[in-house]
Design a protein around this ligand. Structure first.
Ligand code: NAI
Ligand code: MG
Length: 493
């Protein structure tokens, strides 16, 4: 297991160490080096030098592609080990990391390796005036990547693969709750033989180093995924030296379930859309609205199945729900439920810390369903980031859209109906960056992903996500007859 900082191509110890906790047991699973401001400075200096004078931005596209494919291969070679590590560190069931997180991380590198060249093609524009313009895509420079704890390796890969493909050099900071898979990724990058300094990966406390990392003049861009609160802080830091940023923030996403659906399918899928990864997903469908005709049937079945979900340690293949990431996160979830109760909502099931010898030391929490919610309540508006769904009714499609759009967020929505014309009409009216029709959670590296409103700005993945990590330069060449452009005559000499 790698526990050091990766700076300028080498693994380095730090003075300070930090325990990394396995949330299934509440026990430390590793002691990891924690970067101080000194190591942050070294990492930025290393990325800056690698960008300004190093090889990475200057490699041929074929060479860059080759390195990215080597990283994809390195992830696949270690897939089993990485899945076990990621599950132990995050608490998410081993089935999820094995079939989703790890293969999707490798696919991200593979996809962008095979496609970025076609995204980069310089465009020539012929102007009516006698000039020719070339639009050139260049890397932005040094990019800071700040990663949350819910999908540590996958989100690190989304950002790292795309930033590197564009020719940037990076400083990547995982969440200090879940640094282990990012450090393994550093090992894979080193084995792939990338030029020193192109990739720096440092475990650090966000509150301690965030301001230094995000306001530094040597950093050109910040790509952040995490809470709105920290997103706003990072925007403040980055405004000091005017940096580009992309922000993938929270959500309060919504499922609209129409009465013509197959209820079993809609229930099973809705369970997945809120209880996967214990609800700690930015796109968790935490608001479920069901058309009145099938509301009773849907909610009874949804609760019955929610109660039957198997909670257990993340490493067990039988486990359907693991623990939350931390005791703090669990306290936050409990506080949201208490507030909902105090405001008059009704907890239909769950809402408690489960009993049982196997669960008592981990940060487990029961899958929770809440009804009697109105749009004024905190639970309707605020992100819980835990296994908590609110369920309510609508009668008309117009009412459904109104409920869905009543939110400061705009990340994702699901529509469940057999009426495809209705679904397509509603999809246009929903204020969210992603709309899934009769499915949930389909992500493709080809498809740009990112929310509207306070869910942030900028896209990840796809050509649009790649272009975020580039800057556009126009190069204008005079073509006028006799080589005398208009400026020559302006003062008439
Ligand atoms: P957070 O926003 O504090 O953490 C995300 C990342 O930001 C971590 O790498 C963290 O170290 C870093 N960070 C923290 N403070 C920073 C600062 N001042 N400057 C720069 N970087 C900083 O998220 P946290 O506290 O772990 O979770 C709190 C809530 O955030 C959750 O309950 C959930 O609502 C939301 N969240 C949303 C995520 C999403 O994917 N949209 C992911 C994780 C959390
Ligand atoms: Mg925080």
């Amino acid at each position: 297991m790698i526990t050091q900082l990766f700076i300028n191509g080498e693994f380095k110890e730090a003075k300070e160490k930090q325990s990394v906790i396995n949330p299934s047991t509440g026990k430390a699973m590793a002691q990891v080096a924690l970067a101080s401001l000194k190591e942050v400075d070294l990492a930025i200096a290393s990325a800056r030098a690698a960008f300004d004078g190093g090889e990475w931005p200057r490699l041929s596209l074929a060479e860059r592609k080759d390195f990215l494919l080597k990283i994809a291969g390195g992830i696949l070679d270690k897939a089993g080990e990485l899945a076990a590590l990621e599950s132990a560190n995050t608490g998410k069931p081993i089935k999820e990391t094995t079939f989703m997180d790890i293969p999707a991380a490798a696919k991200t590198f593979e996809y962008i390796a095979n496609n970025f060249e076609s995204f980069l093609n310089a465009e020539i524009i012929n102007l009516p005036e006698e000039a020719q313009v070339t639009l050139r895509r260049e890397p932005v420079g040094v990019v800071v990547l700040i990663i949350p704890w819910n999908y540590p390796l996958l989100i690190a890969s989304w950002k790292l693969a795309f930033a590197l493909a564009a020719g940037n050099t990076v400083v990547l900071k995982p969440s200090s709750l879940t640094p282990l898979s990012a450090l393994e990724l550093a090992g894979i990058v080193q084995e792939a033989g990338l030029p020193a300094g192109a990739v720096n990966i440092i475990n650090a406390s966000g509150p301690k180093v965030g301001a230094a990392l995000c306001s530094d003049k040597r950093v050109d861009m910040i790509s952040f995924t995490g809470s709105n609160e920290i997103g706003r802080q990072i925007l403040e830091y980055s405004s000091q030296n005017v940096k580009k940023s992309i922000m993938e923030l929270g959500g309060k996403s919504v499922s609209l379930i129409f009465s013509d659906v197959d209820v079993d399918t809609a229930v099973n899928s809705s369970l997945c859309s809120i209880f996967l990864n214990q609800g700690q997903m930015c796109t968790a469908m935490s608001r479920i609205f069901v058309q009145d005709k099938i509301y009773d049937k849907f909610s009874a079945l949804f609760m019955e199945k929610a109660k039957a979900l198997r909670l257990g340690p993340s490493e067990s293949p039988e486990t359907q729900m693991g623990p939350l990431i931390s005791d703090n996160q669990r306290k936050k979830v409990i506080a949201c439920i208490e507030k909902a109760r105090a405001e008059g909502a009704k907890v239909l099931c769950g809402g408690k810390i489960p009993q049982g010898a196997e669960l008592k030391n981990g940060y487990f929490f029961e899958p929770t369903v809440i009804a009697n919610v109105n749009t004024h309540m905190h639970i309707f508006k605020e992100e819980v980031f835990g296994p908590v769904a609110i369920i309510g009714k609508f009668s008309t499609a117009e009412e459904a859209v109104e409920l869905a759009n009543f939110s400061d967020f705009g990340l994702a929505a699901c529509i469940w109906t057999k009426d495809t014309l209705l679904a397509e009409r509603l999809a246009k009216q929903l204020n969210s960056g992603t709309v899934w029709i009769n499915t949930y959670g389909m992500f493709y590296p080809q498809l740009p992903y990112g929310g509207f409103k306070q869910s942030g700005f900028g896209k990840e993945l796809g050509q649009a996500g790649f272009l975020e990590y580039t800057r556009l330069k126009n190069i204008i060449t005079d073509q006028s007859a006799g080589g005398k452009p208009l400026v020559n005559y302006w003062y008439g000499f």
